[in-house]
Design a protein around this ligand. Sequence first.
Ligand SMILES: Nc1ncnc2c1ncn2[C@@H]1O[C@H](COP(=O)(O)OP(=O)(O)OP(=O)(O)O)[C@@H](O)[C@H]1O
Ligand SMILES: [Mg+2]
Length: 265
Amino acid sequence: MTATSHTGAIPAERIAPADAAGRSAAASGNRAAPFITASGLRKSFQMGTTVVHALAGVDIAIEAGTFQTIMGPSGSGKSTLLYLLGGLDRPTAGRIIVGGHVVNEMDENALAAYRRRFVGFIFQSFNLIPSLSAWENVAFPMRFAGVSRRERQKRAFALLERVGLADRRDHKPTELSGGQQQRVAIARSLVNEPRLVLADEPTGNLDTASGQSIMDLLAELHRDGRTVLVVTHDPRMAAYATHRVFLLDGCIVSEEKYREVAGVI
Ligand SMILES: Nc1ncnc2c1ncn2[C@@H]1O[C@H](COP(=O)(O)OP(=O)(O)OP(=O)(O)O)[C@@H](O)[C@H]1O
Ligand SMILES: [Mg+2]
């Protein structure tokens, strides 16, 4: 058994470590262009007189249809990496290409459209709107896409059914358990049929059983052919992942591949 120290869950087949340029084996192989490529990715924050290097030069290539976990200690840059890939923030330097789109060159409008059409976000704290019911939360992102209220409701109901919450659609977030709130957030992330699902510690606020059901749901999204990137401290997530990267001080220090990608879109 190799390279299980951080996950402990399943044996991991260690692939070639990042080369001198930080490029993974997948990136330097002769496959078609990966779904996601980031190169020379840096993000720095000026804090008074000091500069925090949240990402200090990340190179990564991610194939379509992978389920990738991103692990590493607190402050290592995991969330920053996820936000940059999802167009929630801009890099200080470097290039991000997703599905052939050069994300780092997009203006605000293009970036908003990219987030809406391409990316589903799931956060640790759910980020639901407290005054809206479950179905209204799910339907909310469609308000800006010119979808009629009737159609929004129909799609929201279908998505809530998909995440096992058909009987909770009129509940407000405070009337739902943590696991149920995260299911609503996952349903909301799917309204625009994103090819890429980005989850930042989605089970971090949940008890063991609820966390497990959220992992099962993410695995389903992956089986549907989506590319799923999950920042997590939960070693159980490794059972679902095809790949894992480990960050330290804003750099990728190891990349592992657990299994082949099936059903790539
Ligand atoms: N908006 C910001 N302004 C200043 N510094 C920031 C900002 N966002 C992140 N940082 C810093 O960048 C580094 C990486 O932060 P990041 O949130 O990506 O870490 P993380 O790996 O997600 O940690 P955690 O596991 O605690 O969520 C940290 O040192 C953090 O303090
Ligand atoms: Mg974080």
